[in-house]
Design a protein around this ligand. Structure first.
Ligand SMILES: Cc1cc2nc3c(=O)[nH]c(=O)nc-3n(C[C@H](O)[C@H](O)[C@H](O)COP(=O)(O)O)c2cc1C
Length: 392
């Protein structure tokens, strides 16, 4: 068994049985191609590597053979690898990562002069999804020629995973963003055309200039919902409060701190088909004080007022039918009673227990159309179940 087999399915089975061509060109970011290849395999993919001749001067094909379990294609042979490995029926997606300015421009012009460009043009020609991940110095990208060629690739149907602009560099997108785009290409896109807003994380209410009143919500469930909706083809926005988890880069996100900050954003909710309200928002707001409360006051008391309820304002603006409300309680009996009551109004209600905050597993109750479904599992699997139940 090749060592690459040992890591297969370590992360998920989302790419099980999927054949992915990973094309590497000669950007300094090609060191990332090794890790990307391994990550694709961890999600179950079968990876064929193609390399430009110049890329082999930056990383050795042996390394990519170790990563993928197969000899990389650097020069086309009598086996016509571009046809036998890259066309529809033989390949599920092509990822060009990293993609140089040179290769972007050659593809845009239809030039097939090496293994990489021949693979990509064959894939485009047979309607295999192609994901292009540019990486270069900003000055190499911000010129009329390369910018137009990137636009041309979009017209040709390629998905461009935009680089992160940092100073003078257009850096390669992060690994998770690339992987999520690959999965989105190969999964069933039953949410295509839907606009979905997920509101997650914890609110933080100002006590004084440096202290806040917040809660233990980690934002994990919200992230799993973002991932699930994105992979199934929706346009997704993520509005989040404080998070212990990394905020995903692959969807547009907006940050809020307090409940009142969030309320100021609420007018922008109108165009979403569904809004998931799984943020842990404060029920009480302290009377904020300027400066820093001295640290040696004994018996300090805080004046708290009741916070405005986001869900009530949201109902006025978008109506109940588009809202998926989350309810967390300490005791199962209370949770079921309250969530059931709420489900008379909202599109769907998901109940969970406060004890699951921050953990990977939890038990949920999904209330929809008068029915209730109870399930305990990992949060990613539960997010899948919730979206399965979403309906039109
Ligand atoms: C160390 C090194 C790093 C490079 N990094 C990049 C890069 O990030 N992006 C890019 O477009 N070109 C970069 N280049 C220039 C390309 O390698 C050059 O344009 C080459 O002709 C591209 O060939 P290919 O597209 O067939 O791999 C780099 C070159 C070297 C030597």
């Amino acid at each position: 068994m090749h060592p690459s087999e040992e890591i297969k399915f370590e992360k998920s089975r989302k790419l099980e049985g999927k054949r992915i061509c990973l094309c590497i060109t000669s950007s300094a970011a090609c060191i990332e191609a090794f890790y990307l290849c391994r990550e694709l395999i961890r999600h179950g993919a079968d990876v064929n590597v193609f390399m430009s001749e110049k890329a082999t001067k930056l990383i050795h094909p042996n390394l990519m053979e170790f990563a993928s379990g197969k000899k990389p294609v650097v020069e086309l042979s009598g086996y016509t690898e571009h046809v036998s490995l890259c066309r529809k029926g033989c390949c599920d997606a092509v990822v060009v990562c990293p993609c140089t300015a040179n290769t972007i421009s050659k593809i845009a012009l239809g030039i097939a002069d090496n293994a990489v460009t021949s693979c990509v043009l064959t894939a485009i020609g047979s309607k295999v999804p192609v994901i292009v991940v540019p990486a270069m110095h900003l000055s190499l990208m911000k010129n009329d020629s390369v910018e137009k060629n990137i636009e041309r690739l979009k017209e040709m149907g390629c998905i461009i995973v935009e680089p992160r602009i940092e100073g003078e560099r257009a850096k390669i997108a992060d690994r998770e963003t690339i992987i999520e785009n690959v999965i989105r290409c190969v999964r069933e896109r039953d949410l295509e055309g839907k606009n979905i807003l997920i509101i997650g994380g914890a609110s933080a209410e100002k006590i004084d200039d440096i202290r806040v009143l917040t809660n233990r919500s980690s934002g994990k469930f919200a992230i799993e919902l973002v991932r699930e909706c994105f992979e199934r083809g929706a346009y997704v926005e993520f509005w989040h409060g404080w998070m212990r988890e990394k905020v995903p880069d692959y969807v547009k996100s907006r940050e809020f701190e307090s409940v009142e900050d969030l309320l100021k954003m609420i007018d922008d909710c109108k165009n979403f088909d569904f809004i998931f309200v799984c943020a842990a928002l404060s029920n009480y707001i302290p009377e904020p004080m300027d400066g820093k409360i001295p640290s040696n006051i004994r018996g300090l008391t805080l004046d708290l007022r009741v916070a405005p309820r986001l869900i009530d304002k949201l109902r006025e603006i978008v109506g109940e039918e588009r809202i998926i409300a989350f309810k967390a309680e300490e005791k199962e009996e209370d949770l079921i009673k309250k969530a059931k009551e709420m489900s008379r109004v909202f599109h769907m209600v998901v109940g969970n227990l406060t004890s699951s905050f921050g953990s990977d597993r939890t038990k949920i109750w999904i209330f929809k159309d008068g029915d209730v479904l109870e399930k305990e599992d990992k949060k990613d699997k539960l997010a899948e179940l919730i979206i399965d139940k979403l309906g039109g």
